[in-house]
Design a protein around this ligand. Structure first.
Ligand SMILES: C[S@@+](CC[C@H](N)C(=O)[O-])C[C@H]1O[C@@H](n2cnc3c(N)ncnc32)[C@H](O)[C@@H]1O
Length: 237
């Protein structure tokens, strides 16, 4: 199920238990049930302020941990070339399928790779970005992954971490922070979809979601922080 390279990063001690290791559980989900994962993230749209903030009209963007393309699809029209790095083969296939009808498809290349070993040359990108993917844990980027993102970014370019979950760690590495206000909801396709997916991913909130009877679910109901923020660092010229 996991390749050797994946196992080395996601189960470094050799025998992880997805019941207790949440990061491993997500990695297994990406590989076993990519469509189920995609249904969840399709409801978790990024704050428009985040999308407005991201640069346009640049030469090259590298996105790491592209997943099912929540951000990738927004990047494709912003650069002459977008390189989407994603280790989970089922998500790469899903992303390629989604992109098949997209405008500017030829601008985008989906490729296998990891934060700590990016398949790109030094200083190659104007923007190097990750959304909900980089963490301080070595298997999910860590110090080596952040250094690799910065290696790939040209002088004067920007490394951007969208929806960061360890802001202090990034601040200690010279990253500034921006957050965009306003109430945010998960927007499921239907009430049934909201009920079914919260049952799977947020079981403690499922009763409340059914009681509210709406396909829009405030992030607070799920007890999770909304995708309204980013951390960024402009690379020295
Ligand atoms: C929560 S998903 C986010 C996907 C996408 N960026 C989004 O916002 O929808 C995390 C992604 O990071 C990828 N990932 C996990 N570990 C990684 C690593 N070491 N290097 C690169 N990508 C990794 C996963 O395969 C997954 O696609």
């Amino acid at each position: 199920m996991l390749t050797e390279d994946e196992a080395r990063r996601f189960v470094p001690d050799g025998d992880g238990d997805p019941q207790t290791d949440i990061a491993l559980a997500w990695e297994l989900l990406y590989r076993l049930e990519p469509e189920l994962y995609d249904r969840l993230v399709s409801a978790e749209r990024l704050h428009p302020g985040v999308l407005d903030w991201l640069p346009r009209n640049v030469e090259r963007i590298v996105e790491v941990g592209a997943g099912a393309g929540r951000l990738t699809l927004e990047l494709i029209e912003r650069a002459r070339e977008v390189v989407a790095v994603e280790p989970a083969a089922p998500l790469c296939r899903l992303l390629n399928r989604k992109l098949s009808g997209a405008d500017h498809r030829s601008r985008l290349r989906v490729t296998d790779g990891f934060f700590d070993d990016l398949p790109v040359t030094d200083d190659c990108a104007d923007v190097v970005v990750a959304c909900s993917a980089l963490t301080p844990a070595p298997g999910h980027g860590g110090e080596a992954g952040l250094a690799e993102m910065e290696r790939a970014c040209r002088p004067g370019g920007c490394v951007v971490i969208v929806w960061p979950n360890h802001v202090d760690w990034l601040a200690a590495h010279g990253y500034r922070y921006a957050s965009f206000p306003g109430e945010m909801f998960l927007e499921f396709a239907s009430l049934e979809e909201a009920a079914e997916l919260t049952e799977v991913f947020y079981p403690s909130a499922a009763t409340e979601v059914r009681r509210r009877g709406r396909r829009q679910v405030p992030f607070e109901v799920l007890g999770t922080n909304p995708p309204r923020d980013l951390a960024f660092k402009e690379m020295a010229r």
